[in-house]
Design a protein around this ligand. Sequence first.
Ligand code: DGT
Ligand code: CA
Ligand code: CA
Ligand code: ZN
Length: 566
Amino acid sequence: MQNKKVASILNRVADYLEMDGVDFRTKAYRRAAHTIETLSVDIAEVAEQDRLEELPGIGKHIHDKIQEVLDTGKLQYLEDLKVKFPLDLDSLMSVEGLGPKKIKLLYHELGIKNLDDLEREAKRHHIRRLKGMGVKTEAKILQNLEFARKSTGRQLLGDVIPLANEIKKRIGSLEVVEQVEIAGSIRRRKETVGDIDVLTVTNHPDDVMDFFTRMDLVDEVIVKGHSKSTVRLFNGMDADIRVFRGEDFGSALVYFTGSRELNIQLRKIAISQKMKLNEYGVFRDDVRLAGKTEADVFQALGLEFIPPELRENTGEIEAAQEGRLPQLVEYGDIKGDLHLHTTWSDGASTIKEMALEAINKGYQYLAITDHTTLPVARGMDDKRLKEQMNQIDKINSEIDEIILLKGAEVNINSQGELDISRDILDDLDVVIASVHYDLRQEPEKMYMRIRNALENEYVDILGHPTGRKLKERAAYKLDMVKLFEEAALTGTVLEVNSQPKRLDLKDVHVKMALEHGCKLAVNSDSHNSQDLDYMELGVATVRRGWAQKEDIINTLPLKKLLKFLN
Ligand code: DGT
Ligand code: CA
Ligand code: CA
Ligand code: ZN
């Protein structure tokens, strides 16, 4: 976890240096940050063995900086740079299209330090006059700014889970700690997260508070108490810890898992049955009815157990009262991944490396679906795709533990045509069709474009159906009801893309799609073998959309899957 912290500090230095126009140093810091981000061992251990300079891109200068961060938790050089540029770089950088160079220009020419300044100057049309900006850029900045505002402060679930798990592991390893759980939006697997909520049971709260507030992940202690503390972590996110007695832990978990809206409804249910519900238990006339486990609490309220992913007060409480909660698809139900990229297009791992990792995960099958023609993704044309298909045959004959399916992620052009010829598509097992460019078409045009692809007999799956990227850009304008009707009609599977930024379809769309009778595929869209783990985020998303096993085609065993695709 220190690796992430060190990398984020080096990257931030690079941002400031880029603003300062120091090209050479910037690259050195970025390179070092990248090395550390992708390092599979603990950077603190490497430093201890005095082997930092053996890592690619780490020379004497950066070595010293890393050592300073490891020793003191801070970097004076970065603090000095912050003084030199007194602006809110985090929020400005979160506006799509703004990088260090443009931010510097805006700061120097217009004194823009934060999002409010940016909005004001854009609305006064001052930005369009700057060198390299123009009317279009100004309009885009305004549009993207609104989007950035909504997402500041929240971070991607996929980025936060590893950090939360690390904290859970550390607290859990303390001898004085009897139980520890991560609650809040992380436990509900919400796509973005505001803070990390840790709950524990211990007889030695002060020891736990000492440990928690002194972790090397902590930048600043905000409150330290006997039963609750709050810290700010290195990535800018807050983490709370709360201490409970073992017999209260279930009710504490219900309360702090939330959501707020669910809590309010549960309390109403308790009151309607002359009971009282709070984080310490369920009571009637001061007699304690439940509190030790969540299951007890739900039962005392007359409810089926509600899985955390459903706790948003969108109908799950009524379903739990009537005993008709869905049998959610399980994380272990996934039998294979149907969307990933390899070194044949913009992926970093070979087909074989992907296959080996998938075998590790216990998958039965894996579809190789590299990009076609897209220049930015080094996409394949007909001829290269043919070559790859031969290569896949070859690898299949060498490996027994998994079946590789031949696929492609083809592009839907502005008119809804595909970029690979029909006879080749005919030979593929899995065809994913995706929109990758011309995202700003009028809704009606976008719908016609996608409908064309759905009606194409060779298309099995519509990839990342709305194109949204969390904290980056909104979905393209598209009538989702019409999309779901058409997908159901043509039998085209809709993807739930598990990339942390995408989660597309999102939870509420999953639910709508299922109500329209659509089938879904949960895919990792991996660009290296580690990305296969993202599948978990996609499964969380479909669970939040009430999906059952039979709704997800890649829970099917191979034979049934192939039959379905044919
Ligand atoms: P976040 O952190 O914004 O991603 O979302 P949550 O849901 O984790 O919210 P957070 O951290 O403010 O609080 C954790 C849970 O504690 C929340 O889901 C429900 C419960 N909770 C906190 N404050 C209140 C409150 O004022 N009323 C009720 N009913 N529940 C609350
Ligand atoms: Ca929270
Ligand atoms: Ca909280
Ligand atoms: Zn794609």
